[in-house]
Design a protein. Structure first.
Length: 527
């Protein structure tokens, strides 16, 4: 369980919010803070009060009782006093106190070039700015961490000055000196060497803050820990400026499962995937399906060779038990699949193929034949389950389609109107339904549902939630084969179906037909 011997410090709401395309409302920031607390991070940096009105409001609302953290402590971020200004007279420092945060992170210059060219002050005045601000906040009862900006770049230019900044911060009462790879240009070997050297020379606890410009932010963070850092900073899903920050979920995963650091409260590690995806939703960004530990594909296996080994022992092709971080193992059924892949996927879907080698063999061959024609089942579990059940026991057909027709009408005023007519048989009756839509697929969807709604009122709960079209490589232009993926939800579960054809409307119809059929069979308990 996390103690003060090791810090997990999250800066999603401050540094992570600098990612292009992310804009958090105050309500969003409060929600993200609560989610971060659920994975048990020790410190949640909420923003820069006094500099940004939204952050000032966030801290005010938190102090008023809208944010109650069970595991973490809320942290305010700010800068040291300005050059030539008394710390007591600096309004930005006063805003840090007004935030009522019990912990403050101060950013300080530790590269002589930045002191002289950016701050335009002397090296001694910069040290005094650090000393005065830390001492002032400590006297006001605040715990202080100091982020040494551009530390690694500054070390390469002058390996002494950054250590002087750390020593001044320590003498004034700072708890941690954070070595920041602000430009993100470091590699793990260099980080390890520098942290090791600074640890021998500086009289303060060391932390690490890395950017991902070389793709090494997580590795750099873990290298720093190996060299003696006991305070790590990161952001949810690696959000941050430019290429991003160290992904806090990957850092935690590495610390706990690979390095033996028990840095989270009991029961929190299994919340990693859920919290990762929830924060992505708040940020209005699609979760990274291939993110380590928490991505939907992090423990997905495609090759038949992998599946054969996993069938014997899942640990043979998984670097850890996915359930430890709240994830699941998935078997992808593709043209690379063998019998073991189909057997494992069937078990995952709850379909018993025990004693049916004929079915397994037939399904393997059908998948390979269809994938050669452009089909793909690795992202369409519902279509694969229908194929499997059709071969296993001939899954019932809740309806049969006689025909469909789609007309696109361009009106005189320039409006495009799609009209679809579907003729089908359901519950012993022949039904004809015609509906308009904002596109041919929408019109078909509406016509199909209207035709079935009397026989199957449960269709009212189902809705098409996503529609993806991909032109398959090989042939070009209007002669190309089109693959359509449709995602459907009944507000309890989501499922994905696939359709492939040279005509995009027919490809869409095949995926839509499977989507409705699967939903009806599921509601009837047949799947």
């Amino acid at each position: 369980m996390q103690t003060d011997e090791f810090h997990v410090f999250d800066t999603t709401l401050r540094d992570g919010a600098q990612r292009e395309g992310i804009t958090y409302s105050v309500a969003d920031k409060l929600a993200v803070a609560r989610l971060l607390d659920q994975i048990g991070v020790g410190f949640v940096e909420g923003g820069w009060p006094g500099a940004l009105p939204k952050d000032t409001e966030f801290f005010a609302r938190a102090a008023a009782g809208e944010l109650s953290l069970r595991h973490g402590v809320l942290v305010a971020f700010g800068a040291t006093r300005k050059a030539g200004v008394r710390v007591e007279d600096d309004p930005q420092v006063r805003a840090l106190l007004d935030s009522q945060a019990t912990v403050v992170t101060l950013v300080a210059k530790s590269d002589v070039r930045h002191v002289e060219r950016a701050l335009r002050t002397t090296l001694e005045e910069n040290l005094a700015m650090v000393r005065d601000t830390v001492a002032f906040l400590r006297a006001e009862g605040r715990r202080v961490f100091v982020d040494c900006e551009h530390f690694f770049d500054g070390y390469h230019h002058d390996p002494e000055y950054g250590v002087r900044v750390l020593d001044v911060a320590a003498s004034a009462g700072a708890d941690v000196g954070v070595l920041c790879d602000t430009n993100g240009g470091m590699l793990p070997m260099g980080v390890h060497d520098i942290v090791s050297d600074v640890r021998r020379r500086a009289g303060i606890r060391l932390g690490i803050h890395t950017q991902d410009d070389t793709g090494c932010a997580v590795a750099n963070t873990l290298a720093a820990v190996d060299a003696g850092a006991t305070h790590v900073q990161g952001t949810a899903n690696g959000y941050g400026e430019r290429a991003g920050n160290a992904n806090i979920f990957s850092v935690i995963g590495g610390l706990v499962t690979k390095m033996g650091h028990d840095v989270l409260p009991d029961g929190c590690l299994t919340e990693l995937q859920r919290v990762s995806h929830a924060i992505a939703e708040i940020a209005n960004l699609a979760p990274d399906t291939h993110a380590p530990y928490v991505g939907a594909a992090a423990f997905a296996h495609k090759a038949g060779l992998h599946a054969s080994a996993i069938k014997v022992d899942p640990e043979l092709y998984n670097h850890l038990d996915p359930s430890r971080v709240g994830n699941d193992q998935r078997i992808l059924v593709t043209e690379m699949a063998g019998r073991a892949s189909v057997e494992l996927k069937s078990a995952e879907l709850g379909v018993d193929v025990t004693g049916r080698p004929d079915v397994v063999g037939t399904v393997v061959e059908r998948v390979k034949e269809r994938e050669a024609a452009g089909w793909s089942y690795e992202a369409a579990d519902a279509s694969f389950e229908l194929l499997l059940r059709d071969e296993l026991d001939g899954a019932s057909e809740p309806f049969t389609v006689e025909s469909y027709r789609v007309i696109i009408d361009r009106r005189e005023d320039g409006r495009l109107v799609s009209e679809a007519t579907v003729k089908l048989h359901a519950a012993g009756s022949r039904v004809i339904s015609t509906e308009e839509g904002n596109g041919p697929v929408n019109a078909l969807d509406r016509a199909l549902r209207k035709a079935l709604e009397r026989a199957y009122p449960q269709l009212a709960k189902m809705e098409l939630t996503d529609y993806k079209v991909r032109i398959m490589p090989g042939r070009h232009g209007t002669d190309a084969v089109t693959r359509v993926l449709i995602e459907t939800s009944d507000h309890e579960r989501e499922w994905t179906t696939v359709g492939v054809h040279g005509n995009v409307i027919e490809a869409s119809w095949l995926a839509l037909h499977d989507a409705v059929r699967f939903g009806l069979l599921r509601s009837a308990g047949s799947v």
